[in-house]
Design a protein around this ligand. Structure first.
Ligand SMILES: NC(=O)c1ccc[n+]([C@@H]2O[C@H](COP(=O)([O-])OP(=O)(O)OC[C@H]3O[C@@H](n4cnc5c(N)ncnc54)[C@H](OP(=O)(O)O)[C@@H]3O)[C@@H](O)[C@H]2O)c1
Length: 244
């Protein structure tokens, strides 16, 4: 059995997720590269291994309950029954540009919630027994400042200028999932927090953001490595606490 910490990052075959995996690997974790496409996961893990990271691909579609259960069973079998870190990073943004919020297609809303809300919850649900078996489990939910009700209703905030209904409301729902699970897990050693990477250039936004993936990954890595007296049930970016 490995004495290294085991970290699972969902949607780690590219973008911020792959960079979170790289940074956690550089801190000494064995990183499990969650990817819905086995080939893309294998390629990303190979790329990270070439950089000296102990990265292993694991097939995991966060919208497929069977896939999540199979991945949890695999981790239990292969890594001594415990998972130290779970980063629920996989996410999608489907809202069309220029579409009025009130015209959002129901299918867009359903698909977005499947990946951005039900997905992270389902992965947490099925991996929780393994996270409870770790000495100091850490769960990070990749949210967004766009999920902040406070910032989105503050007309002076830059976040209030960006209003894709499906995406923003999915991240607000993920924030509530974080708060509720943190309350349930309060009496355990587990810490669960929501992270905002900032506007980061990735495929999600046609590589339009001003931040690099290194910058975007940093807050999730910090929350994944919190000390025992660190916060739980919070919402953070690089600068500190974000208002819900
Ligand atoms: N970029 C930003 O400015 C920004 C800002 C705030 C928050 N975020 C959040 O940060 C996270 C990472 O986003 P990113 O910018 O790195 O986007 P990205 O480059 O598009 O990467 C998204 C990742 O999620 C994966 N994914 C999508 N659906 C999945 C599913 N059903 N099962 C498993 N994996 C799935 C993708 O896999 P495939 O390659 O198979 O599609 C990909 O690996 C997301 O939660 C996003 O909402 C990003």
């Amino acid at each position: 059995m490995s004495t290294k910490k085991i970290a699972l990052v969902t949607g780690a075959n590219k973008g911020i997720g792959k960079e979170i995996a790289r940074q956690l690997g550089a801190l000494g974790c064995v990183v499990l590269i969650g990817a819905r496409d086995a080939g893309r996961g294998k390629a990303a893990a190979g790329e990270l291994r070439a950089q000296g990271i102990d990265a292993r691909p694991i097939k995991l579609d966060v919208t497929d309950e069977t896939s999540i259960q199979a991945a949890a069973a695999q981790v239990e079998r292969e890594f001594g029954g415990a998972l130290d870190v779970l980063v629920n990073n996989a996410g999608i943004a489907l809202d069309g540009h220029g579409t009025a919020a009130s015209s959002t297609e129901l299918d867009t809303l359903r698909k977005t919630y499947e990946t951005n809300v039900i997905g992270p919850f389902a992965v947490t649900k099925y991996f929780l027994p393994l996270i409870k078996a770790a000495t100091a489990g850490r769960i990070v939910n990749m949210s967004s400042g766009l999920g902040s009700l406070t910032l989105n209703s503050d007309t002076t905030s830059e976040y209030a200028q960006v209003k894709p209904l499906a995406y923003n409301s999915s991240k607000a729902a993920l924030n509530m999932v974080t708060v509720i699970l943190a309350a349930e897990l309060q009496c355990t050693a587990i810490k669960i927090n929501a992270a905002c990477p900032g506007w980061t250039a990735t495929d999600l936004n046609n590589n339009s953001g001003p931040r690099t993936i290194e910058q975007g990954a940093a807050i999730a890595v910090k929350l994944a490595s919190l000390p025992d007296d660190g916060p739980t049930g919070g919402y953070f970016n690089d600068e500190g606490v974000i208002p819900w």
